[in-house]
Design a protein. Structure first.
Length: 224
């Protein structure tokens, strides 16, 4: 055996120890390099699988689309009230939001009994609104056929405004007043006794306008 491999006592020489340490160091370095490569590959693989093509969870829906499946139709919203009957922004009743119904306290009147006239107004919207229901906006008209026999505004005095809040879908009836059964005319307002209308079973109709809204149908009654 060579003198460079073994010391005199049969033990390996210092050169052998150095070679062994070098080999061991190279092995450790190789192992570390392998570990680093494996870890690097694992990290790259997990990143690749996390966002392959950045697939979104759901496609962006166009404006107005809820993103539901194509086979489902979007629900059609139910309007709170028919078109043109919504309350104005200032809370006043809109055109077409009110209905007016003429009211008499009886269907027929014996001789000498005075009819009591009034009206019912209804807010047909889904929200409360306000309207001027004062005598400044009220017009009561009593007719027979095509002839007008009496109109409340012919000799009206002291008319007043009255802003009233009308609850949704709740009819409100005005205070009744008596009609004298006499004709009216703007030229006879100063007369104490004006001509009486024909009676004896004559048919009359009452129409009412209030807050710019006319009653859709007149109310019929008989005078005896």
């Amino acid at each position: 055996m060579s003198s460079t491999s073994t010391s005199p006592g049969g033990r390996p020489s210092a050169a052998v120890y150095r070679r062994r340490r070098l080999v061991a160091l190279l092995v450790v370095v190789a192992v570390i390099a392998v570990i680093v490569i494996i870890v690097s590959n694992l990290g790259r693989g997990s990143a690749d699988t996390a966002a392959p093509g950045a697939t979104p969870s759901a496609e962006a829906a166009p404006d107005g689309d809820s993103g539901d499946s194509a086979g489902e139709s979007p629900a059609t919203p139910t309007p709170s009230a028919s078109a043109g009957t919504e309350t104005n922004a200032d809370g006043s009743c809109a055109v077409g939001q009110l209905t007016v119904t003429p009211v008499t306290d009886a269907a027929s009147y014996p001789a000498g009994v005075l009819p009591k006239l009034s009206f019912t107004v209804t807010n047909t919207g889904m929200e409360p609104c306000t309207a001027n229901l004062g005598t400044t906006t009220q017009v009561f008209t009593v007719s027979s056929g095509s002839d007008v026999y009496w109109r409340s505004t012919d000799c009206q005095t002291g008319a007043e405004d009255a802003e009233v809040e009308l609850a949704a879908r709740t009819p409100q009836t005005s205070s009744p007043f008596e009609w004298s059964r006499q004709r009216s005319s703007t030229t006879t307002c100063q007369e104490a006794e004006r001509p009486a209308v024909p009676a004896g079973g004559a048919t009359y109709t009452l129409s009412v306008e209030v807050a710019g809204v006319e009653s859709a149908e007149p109310k019929s009654f008989l005078l005896y």
